[in-house]
Design a protein around this ligand. Sequence first.
Ligand SMILES: [Zn+2]
Length: 268
Amino acid sequence: MAFVDESSKALVARCLTIAELPQWLAAQPPIDAEFFVWHHTFSPTEAQWRGIDSLVGCFNYFRDARGFEWAQGPQFWSAPDGVWIGHHPSLPNYVGATNWNDSGSRQVLHMETVFNGDAGPYTPDYLMQHALACVAICRWAGIPIQWVNIGPDGGALKTREGIAFHRQCYINGQTPKTCPGLRVTQTDVWAAIQRAAAEGDDDVANIDTVADATVQAEMPALVASGIIQNPSQTEHPWGDAASVGLVFTMIGRMAKKIAALEAASPKP
Ligand SMILES: [Zn+2]
């Protein structure tokens, strides 16, 4: 599905799959962001979630009970039915976590996980959905995939650039929030984010083990043709031989993927 720029809508209210999320983001006006805050809704819970009715209900609550300007609130809602876009992430946002809604000229993005994290930890699959969404959003927004390390389970503030829980957004020991829940730990969430970040990188994973064998077999021809000028540098990551090995490996893996796609598609 082709997506379009939806920044004319303050409240987008669109539900995306994990595969669609990067495509939708790529169609939006780019932003310069530095901080990603991970939340839980507490209520509605997963079982109480009713899609668009729940999303609009939350924004009505922000306006009517909390006095926020209409459509101000978290930009992303990772829910049982997919990842919902709430407030458009390219627009200025003033609501999310006290003291962390305006960090100067750079945006802060908030993602609600539809869940009560005080009652229990996420299931592994649900946590992975949140982590994949977090990685896609951070990559689009230019937020480094790193924990900012502030608050009670992180120690002192190291940087403003990265990811944190809502409860870690309070400096000087003030922690009025448990968000994203007492049963949700930084250790579990960070491990999931690292797995999610590695998932799209499988084309370059373990490149050394494949590259060396390929390069060694082709070495005499490559040296004779002048493509490799420093054959002794196979160990060095930036050596000619290692670079050629990387290219060979990428071509091999692309060929494997094409073959798999061809095998999976119906024949005319
Ligand atoms: Zn929160």
